[in-house]
Design a protein. Structure first.
Length: 46
């Protein structure tokens, strides 16, 4: 499922993480938000 930069979920109040496949490669949600990139949501770890 594609998510835009504003739709990247926060997991467990920031304690968990999400991995996304972006145009710049696979990265966690924090890095994707920092680089203002959306992408395909691969998994959620909580």
């Amino acid at each position: 499922m594609y998510v835009g930069v504003e739709e990247i979920p926060r997991i467990k109040s920031g304690r968990g993480m999400v991995l996304l496949s972006t145009s710049k490669g696979v990265m966690n949600g924090f890095e994707a938000k920092k680089q203002r990139l959306g992408g395909e949501l691969l998994l959620k770890v909580w």
